[in-house]
Write a protein that binds this ligand. Sequence first.
Ligand code: 13P
Length: 250
Amino acid sequence: MSRTKLIAANWKMYKTPDQTRAFFADFLPLVSGHTRDEIVVCPPYVDLAAALEAVKGSNVGVGAQNLHWKDEGAFTGEISAQMLLALGITHVIVGHSERRQYFGETDDTVNLRLKAALEAGLTAICCVGEVLEEREAGLTEEVLRRQCVRAFHAISAKKAAKLVVAYEPVWAIGTGKTATPELAAEAHAVIRSEATEVFGEEFAAELRILYGGSVKPDNASALMSQEEIDGALVGGASLDPKSFAAIVKY
Ligand code: 13P
């Protein structure tokens, strides 16, 4: 199987344009010539232009952290796929648990955003994951299947060609508690089996499923060596160029 791993940084609400330029000045030399994995950085919207300028001609891509499902309209504070494309953005995160937890994101709005991203030709990183209470109640598989089936609703395998899924157990995000590689691989297998049901076996075999949740330089290699884990979505440890480069080079 030859799924190229995707190592993606989710900067969340960190860094100004100047800090973005400073990050890339340090980061790009550390990963120049690295072709084994795909590398993407997703900064806040206001940093996208600076990031795109900085990565020109390099092996690093730039993604956004969210998008609205309409092309334009009276939606204060929102950004559309068309706007991201106009800037030169290639990737976008959809349905991150922080959006679900703090900003009223639902399975249905995740579906709308995912459809819009894929229709626009963006590579969409769709996040799913259980909260601690769900895991403790033995509901992880059910939650993952529900989140996937609702996120993938009314999307054809053809349209979903640029879909990436990120498994981010909410209890592992920003807590320093990483899922063990085995536990992550188990969850990834559930997601892949759901993708098989919705999109078919051939599609699911190619689908990249990333792990996210306290990925650090010292646990990246064990996680990435799992057959089922096709990359990482990194929060805190992606803010420092040395630490993110060490993860990229796991
Ligand atoms: P941390 O790596 O800070 O745990 O965040 C994970 C995450 O939410 C990436 O999207």
